[in-house]
Design a binder for this molecule. Structure first.
Ligand code: B12
Ligand code: SF4
Ligand code: SF4
Length: 435
């Protein structure tokens, strides 16, 4: 291996000692690079300029910090990059063609990697300090995921693997089911060589398999289209053009990694941390619809899934139910219609409209009478007008000629078959209409 000048054999031995310690702490791979300028920062900036980050505003704030690891720790000399293999579940994708099963991305099925890796990094940091490999606590930093570091570049420079066309880093033996983290220290350690020699070649499987066409070009993912972003990062309603493509993914997405030939022989981890937690295996979509806030907190304690909050997860469940034609799916959507969260009702309405069943039309009409949220009322109207064939002439004419204010009016007994909603007297718009 070609070593950077000024490092002697003792330095190399020290590096191997640190690597051994990292591996003993539960990391599956440990590599070293310097803390100098990043080589792919311009790709990152271009990605932001294209708007691919969507509503992940923190990524814009971090942008200048990501130019070099020294921007986050000015005395940093070495980045120790680590990776954990979380591949625990070889479930063939075929099984999940059963649209009634809920799918979580593999990384989220066990313990929250932010917590697990952070704990291991802190152990590593303690050891490094004890060995005198950093001047003091303040001259070190540990990061997993959320810090302003270009984690994939650092791991690539430290020799882990190459950027796949889906943009995940691929190790030639471990595949891409890897989570990345780093320790920064102010000691110079001989760096490993950046990974080279293997790449994706002419393969384009991930690009073709991506359900939402999120891999817009080689190594470029438009996050706004990615199911992982839509189901986890996006807090509000999911843009309509993607809803029918999300299938039964209710937290993240693994499609691009599942089809990758480099993952065919990926070894399964022995680490029980990543194993599917109780209550997640083979769960039907409708099993989630009665989930209370308390159930959610208990089920997802110390889990990455907490990020969506209860309402985000149920929003995703409603979307997934739109494509499931088991009788229980309809009952699930009916329960969603009654959910206290507007976001959940909104997506339940959309899903019912999408199913184009006669019964959903009557459910939507019934909901229109009692619904209090303007957003949901609009969604119901859209669903009903797009289901023209199954609505009566009178209803159709009424829906087409009147927009939201009249829907509100109807809700407050001014429409053709008025309801009698107790909360109507507080509604300013209704008062105006009545006045
Ligand atoms: C924002 C983010 C997302 C976004 C955007 C993802 C994306 N591809 O950009 C969303 C929410 C969609 C996402 C999804 C996922 N994520 Co994510 N995510 C991040 C985060 C926080 C920042 C990534 C980022 O900066 N993206 C912007 C792009 C421009 O940067 P980049 O992805 O690092 O890409 C580099 C290369 O592609 C290269 N490059 C780009 N174009 C070109 C062109 C050429 C010619 C060359 C040479 C290089 C090159 O330069 C870029 C900068 O270094 C990182 C953690 C971190 N701090 O880095 C985790 C991270 C990348 N995610 C991770 C994971 C596990 C996932 C998911 C698999 C989770 C899931 N199953 O749902 C999916 C995978 C989706 C995918 N195909 O990427 C891991 C990746 C591990 C790995 N093996 O690579 C990370 C490192 C978290 C971690 N600590 O482990 N994620
Ligand atoms: S995670 Fe899913 S949606 Fe995102 S790029 Fe990969 S296949 Fe596409
Ligand atoms: S599926 Fe093919 S193109 Fe995509 S990352 Fe894997 S090897 Fe590369």
């Amino acid at each position: 291996m070609k070593e950077v000048p000024n490092f002697n054999e003792a330095d190399v031995q020290l590096r191997e000692k640190i690597r051994k310690q990292g591996l003993s702490l539960g990391f599956d791979w440990v590599g070293f690079t310097d803390a100098a300028e990043n080589l792919t920062h311009h790709h990152y900036e271009k990605w932001l300029d294209e708007g691919f980050a969507g509503e992940m505003h923190y990524l814009y704030k971090h942008s200048s910090h990501k130019a070099s690891s020294q921007k986050v720790l000015d005395c940093a000399q070495t980045v120790i990059a680590v990776a954990c293999n979380y591949f625990h579940d070889g479930t063939p994708s075929k099984k999940f063609q059963d649209s009634s099963l809920s799918r979580f991305s593999r990384y989220s099925m066990g313990e929250d990697y932010h917590l697990v890796l952070k704990e291991r990094l802190e152990e590593f940091r303690k050891w490094l300090l004890k060995e005198g490999l950093a001047s003091g606590f303040e001259q070190t930093r540990v990061y997993v995921d959320t810090g302003p570091l270009l984690e994939r570049e650092l791991a690539w420079r430290a020799g882990l693997g190459w950027f796949g066309k889906h943009s995940n880093l691929i190790h030639p033996k471990l595949g891409s089911w890897l989570l990345l983290a780093e320790v920064l220290i102010d000691t110079k350690i001989p760096p490993d060589q950046p990974f080279s020699g293997i790449d994706c070649g002419s393969c384009t499987r991930c690009i073709e398999a991506c359900p939402t066409e999120a891999i817009v070009s080689d190594r470029q993912v438009d996050a706004r289209r990615c199911i992982s972003y839509l189901t986890i990062e996006l807090k509000d309603s999911i843009p309509k053009q993607f809803r029918s493509k999300i299938q039964n993914w209710i937290f993240g997405c693994d499609v691009c990694q599942e089809v990758c030939p480099w993952n065919r022989k990926a070894p399964k981890t022995e680490d029980s941390t990543w194993k599917t937690r109780k209550g997640l295996k083979d769960r039907k979509l409708w099993d989630w619809v009665r989930l209370s806030q308390e159930d959610f907190s208990n089920q997802f304690r110390k889990s990455s899934v907490k990020r969506t909050k209860r309402k985000g997860l149920l929003r995703n469940v409603m979307i997934a139910l739109s494509a499931c034609f088991h009788p229980q799916a309809l009952s699930g959507l009916q329960i969603g219609l009654k959910d206290a969260e507007e976001l959940v009702r909104l997506h339940s309405v959309w899903a019912l409209g999408f199913r184009k069943q006669k019964i959903s039309t009557s459910l939507l009409w019934r909901q229109l009478r009692i619904e209090t949220s303007e957003k949901v009322i609009i969604e119901i109207q859209e669903a009903l007008t797009s289901k023209k064939k199954s609505s009566s002439k009178r209803e159709r004419a009424w829906l087409l000629t009147r927009q939201v204010p009249l829907a509100l009016a109807r809700k407050h007994r001014l429409g053709p078959s008025g309801g009698n909603h107790p909360r109507s007297s507080n509604n300013r718009r209704t008062k105006l209409l009545q006045g």
